[in-house]
Design a protein around this ligand. Structure first.
Ligand SMILES: [Zn+2]
Length: 266
């Protein structure tokens, strides 16, 4: 805002204090590396269940704060397609294994509302809870922000359709209620919660009391997410083709800059 007198306000000395960025993910993403066998402290049981269920994934190491970081090798989880929302194209599609497992379990409950896709704009993201000095659940890979859904009701966004038209509003409210009632996530925040969530669902803290009904064996994790490899063959992730993975190699990341339009959220 400009002062009424037309004078420019006295500027504070430049670089008085470097402001800490709200979102540290762009600085941390360069430390990530692909691995093919889980490290000691990872949730091997969860990984083995994903594998037994035939859900492909890439496992990572060194994802800040995330115990078992995976990037699903499919955008279809539990029959629902997870599409990247337009307003955060650089967000990493990385979550704690358990988050992925519970999204898969949520699929059939969401489909009852005619849903085909969820549009997400933030998964793993190292940031603080709004107004608090506490890391958000996104930092642990245990949260997902969803800005819109589509399906038999058309395309419905949280920011425009929470209060109508009726078919879209019903779908948005039905989906959030289904997620909450499922008990798969300990927290589901919606526009009904507060103004920070007027434009997205914040889904977090996957419950440990649900799991995929599959027979699994943690010993199967020698080559996670891949069909039985030829003995002695180099795993593809480690071979020369890995340079084609544009997400983790290629040109250096852009310096962080404040987003032009970003929902305030947890
Ligand atoms: Zn969130």
């Amino acid at each position: 805002m400009r002062p009424a007198g037309g004078k420019t306000p006295a500027k504070t000395p430049a670089k008085a204090k470097e402001k800490e960025p709200w979102n540290k993910t762009p600085m941390l993403i360069k430390d990530i590396r692909k691995i093919s066998v889980p490290t000691k402290n990872m949730d091997r049981e969860c990984l083995a269940r994903l594998k037994a269920a035939g859900v492909p994934y890439q496992l990572f190491d060194n994802v800040a704060h995330v115990r078992t970081p995976v990037k699903p090798g499919t955008n279809k989880l539990g029959g629902v397609t997870y599409r990247r929302a337009w307003n955060n194209p650089d967000a990493p599609w990385i979550m704690e294994c358990k988050t992925v497992e519970n999204l898969i379990l949520a699929g059939p409950k969401l489909q009852k509302w005619g849903i085909a896709s969820m549009y997400w704009n933030s998964a793993w993201r190292v940031s603080y809870v709004k107004g608090k000095n506490v890391l958000s659940r996104h930092s642990y890979g245990e949260a997902l922000d969803v800005t819109a859904i589509d399906g038999s009701f058309g395309y419905a966004t949280l920011v425009n359709h929470w209060n109508g038209p009726a078919n879209k509003s019903r779908a948005l409210r039905g989906v959030s209620a289904a997620l909450r009632d499922s008990g798969l996530f300990n927290s589901v925040l919606t526009p009904a919660h507060d103004a920070y969530h007027r434009d997205h669902f914040h889904i977090d803290s996957p419950s440990r009391s649900h799991q995929l009904a599959v027979k699994y064996d943690v010993k199967s994790l020698e080559a996670p997410g891949k069909p039985s490899p030829t003995p002695g063959a180099t795993p593809p992730a480690m071979g020369p083709d890995s340079r084609r993975d544009h997400e983790l190699s290629g040109p250096p990341p852009r310096p962080w800059e404040p987003p032009r339009s970003r929902p305030r959220h947890y």
